[in-house]
Design a protein. Structure first.
Length: 260
């Protein structure tokens, strides 16, 4: 799909269609970490996919620094709403140039293959473009928490669970609250996510916060009761009096924890 010029031409052919709600970009993230003069670009893609059949393939069609295109496969992450799913994957380029890995500004589109049909999200024909060390790109959602995709409990220290959330800078007066429970909502607490201009620098990145795409990262810490083994939470983002919720598509975020 790209300059998928080639793919754009194929859209008129049988079996290929431009996506409406079949597939769309949820969030992409790109940072370049530099530590002891060794640089490494870390990329993550998250897509919202309509569940049209069990057997399906979802890719990020990504332009390489040499101008060639590759398909980066995404994997099922979790259910969403309205018959949709979240698919995601991390990506790091394996080509090395001396002691430093390649890093480059991203250009990409989403490709979804199901029932003998292909659907594309190519950002209205312009492809998605993202600076290599820019943090998060979030085309549509006003707020999106970071999902802990692991089958093992998260180890926490000092009875606190730490997380972060991406928000769009939609107005001057904004705040993000974390509504959470450790006892299945018999009781609940509220914590506040806070802005940190050096958010990405903890990863040895120079990405700004907020970035050039109007996205900023907020961090939070949730106090756990002694002995708690699971935490559930949702994020409320209030901008100029209007509140947007990310409750993981009606399921809340649920994380198993192991306290040390």
């Amino acid at each position: 799909m790209r300059r998928i010029i080639l793919a754009l031409l194929l859209l008129v052919s049988a079996g290929i269609a431009s996506a409406a709600d079949e597939v769309r970009l949820l969030r992409s993230q790109s940072t370049v970490s530099a530590y002891y003069q060794v640089g490494l670009q870390s990329v993550r893609f998250e897509a919202l996919v309509k569940n049209m059949a069990y057997a399906k393939e979802v890719y990020v069609h990504l332009k390489k620094p040499d101008g060639s295109w590759i398909d980066v496969p995404l994997a099922y992450s979790r259910p969403a709403d309205n018959g949709r799913e979240v698919w995601a994957a991390n990506y790091q380029d394996s080509t090395e140039t001396g002691p430093i890995y390649q890093s480059w500004d991203l250009e990409f589109a989403l490709r979804y293959k199901v029932n003998g049909q292909e659907y594309w999200d190519n950002n209205g024909g312009a492809n998605y473009k993202q600076a290599k060390d820019s943090g998060s790109l979030m085309p549509q959602a006003p707020v999106l928490a970071r999902y802990v995709d692991t089958g093992n409990p998260v180890v926490v220290y000092g009875n606190r669970y730490y997380g972060s959330v991406s928000v769009k800078t939609l107005g001057a007066n904004r705040q993000a609250e974390i509504r959470y429970t450790t006892d299945g909502w018999k009781t609940s607490k509220t914590a506040w996510a806070v802005w940190n201009g050096d958010f990405w620098r903890s990863y040895y990145s120079s990405a700004t916060n907020p970035n050039q795409y109007g996205v900023e990262e907020l961090a939070f810490g949730l106090q756990l009761a002694p002995g708690a083994t699971r935490i559930e939470y949702a994020v409320g983002y209030t901008v100029d009096g209007k509140t947007y919720w990310d409750n993981n598509y009606g399921r809340n975020y649920s994380v198993a924890v192991q306290q040390n």
